[in-house]
Ligand binder design. Structure first.
Ligand code: HEM
Length: 504
């Protein structure tokens, strides 16, 4: 009797679960005609790290050649992904009119990524986005001095040298680069010194690094409901988010109190230039647009997600590409030495003028962003008004995204796209332009990356200082031809070990 009842309960639970999975994975009628990336491949990605190129070749190439648009299951819904360059440009142009972003809070509200990002700028719908941009635009219009990035880099250079008794050692660089980009972010964004390069285990630094490592785990991005299941749910991740919130809210509170002090000097006071302070100042001017502490917190977490791992990933890829190609490395270093000389202290921070003159170094950064776009798949968009994209009629309510990796490797747009050739960004046509039209690592249009200038300046300072202070190569027993990343759509390399030798 008892076992019969148990059988009924278990069968009902299984039937319920099957029904939920069926409902979740059911393809909307209007998306049925499009070819699909098989779910088992997404699951495979979720468990094995891969290289961006392998992922592209394995998943997309067959679909890409045959079809310029296909559907993929991502973050709890089916999405159309566009590969064709003309269609990608068209989607960018339609963004903020027929196409909007999908606020994360509209789906899987319980998921770790939604808990962390809240309703911040990255996924904000048009109405909220206008309000947020009004407050954050002035802060991002600020010209970044090289000093702001360089002082954090000096700490990294000194730490690495301490690990090199004979001026050379095998160094796990991906961790170090993450730490220095976190230090830069802390200083420039929220006026807080994580000092992660020297003390990586301090609670707030450890919390945010853990969050960044886990927040976009492919398995949970594809199947966010897993965060609801006890035993599978990433409980520690939610605790790390709470720890980091503690820091953000206390900094916001302190800044708000400072701002309310009578006789407070106009911002920026004493040359201070952190983004949080500037955002508060901008919202102070117009009360109606003022962001609440929770909104400020949501946008800060958005900046961390948008800018911290992307910059670190990009620099790690750059170091790797230049280790693979010693000629490119030598040419870039020569340019730095000519601009800065060997007379300055060995860890000198380059000036803006010096950096602006480094055309070849800049070309290596641009080529690296083409070759390894940290955000290869931009999703999170929704059609809000029926529209035509190329020959396709796309109905209201369709979620879609663009495959920037496909754009950057399209042999109709790029000569020999598989070759790493910084020179391609030195060549200009009669109008003085080069391939930049199809170079979209930062996206384009209204929702183009807000941190483009920040990221480019940060990368210029870090790469210049690396070239001046070190030479590097792949370890003799390196087994990898390309670096791996446990990711889907965004790529953050892990296990990058390089043979580093101090130059000065
Ligand atoms: C190499 C570094 C970076 C890359 C490759 C990158 C790439 C991108 C891309 C492709 C988008 C557009 C996404 C879409 O269209 O769906 C974007 C948006 C954004 N990025 Fe970046 N990013 C980088 C660094 C940064 C930094 C350092 C910050 C902040 C300090 C930042 C802040 C943002 C913000 C706020 C948005 C959303 C803009 C909006 O919707 O108005 N990014 N980024």
């Amino acid at each position: 009797m008892v076992s019969a009842a148990l059988e009924i309960v278990v069968s009902s639970l299984v039937a319920g679960l099957v029904y939920i999975v069926y409902r979740l994975l059911r393809v909307p009628d209007n998306l049925r005609p499009f070819p699909s990336v098989p779910i088992y491949k997404l699951v495979k990605w979720a468990f094995w790290s891969t290289t961006p190129r392998a992922q592209y070749l394995e998943m997309r190439e067959p679909l890409y050649r045959a079809h310029e648009v296909y559907r993929i299951w991502n973050f709890g819904r089916w999405k159309l992904i566009f590969n064709n360059p003309d269609h990608i440009h068209q989607i960018y142009r339609l963004t903020n009119s027929a196409i909007d972003k999908v606020p994360l809070t509209s789906a899987a509200n319980y998921s770790a990524i939604t808990t962390f990002l809240g309703n911040g700028i990255i996924f904000a719908g048009l109405k909220d986005w206008h309000r947020i941009r009004k407050v954050v635009n002035p802060a991002f219009a600020h010209p970044w001095s090289t000093e702001e990035f360089g002082v954090c880099m000096q700490r990294l250079v000194q730490t690495v040298r301490r690990q090199m008794p004979d001026k050379g050692a095998l160094i796990r660089v991906d961790r170090l680069i993450k730490r220095v980009t976190l230090d830069i972010f802390g200083k420039v964004l929220i006026d807080y010194d994580f000092n992660c390069v020297e003390k990586p285990d301090s609670p707030y630094a450890a919390a945010i690094i853990k969050i960044m490592d886990e927040i976009t785990m492919p398995l949970f991005s594809a199947f966010p409901f897993l965060d609801l299941i006890p035993g599978i749910r990433r409980a520690q991740l939610y605790r790390d988010i709470a720890t980091f919130d503690e820091l953000l809210f206390s900094l916001i509170q302190t800044k708000l109190q400072q701002q309310q002090q009578p006789g407070k000097p106009p911002y920026p006071a004493k040359g201070s230039s952190d983004l949080l302070g500037m955002m508060l100042d901008a919202s102070d001017a117009k009360d109606a647009d003022r962001l609440s502490p929770k909104e400020l917190r949501d946008n800060l977490t958005n900046f961390f997600v948008a800018g911290f791992d992307t910059s670190a990933a990009s620099i790690n890829h750059w170091l790797f590409m230049l280790a693979k190609d010693p000629h490119v490395q030598a040419r870039a270093r020569l340019e730095v030495l000519e601009a800065m000389g060997d007379e300055l202290p060995w860890d000198a921070v380059p000036t803006s003028e010096q950096i602006n003159g480094l055309k070849y170094v800049n070309a290596t950064i641009m080529e690296n962003l083409r070759y390894n776009p940290p955000i290869s798949l931009t999703a999170g968009r929704m059609v809000v008004k029926d529209c035509q994209i190329g020959p396709y009629h796309v109905a209201r309510g369709t979620a879609l995204g663009m495959h920037l990796y496909a754009l950057h490797f399209d042999d109709r747009l790029w000569t020999d796209p598989l070759a790493f050739q910084p020179e391609r960004f030195l060549v200009t046509d009669a109008n003085g332009s080069n391939d930049k039209h199809n170079w979209l690592p930062f996206g384009m249009g209204a929702r183009k990356c807000l941190g483009t200038n920040f990221a480019m300046q940060e990368m210029r300072v870090i790469t210049t200082m690396m070239l001046r202070c070190f030479e590097w190569s792949l370890p003799a027993d390196a087994i990898y031809a390309d670096i791996r990343s446990p990711a889907f759509g965004t790529f953050s390399p892990t296990d990058v070990v390089l043979n580093l030798r101090a130059r000065l």
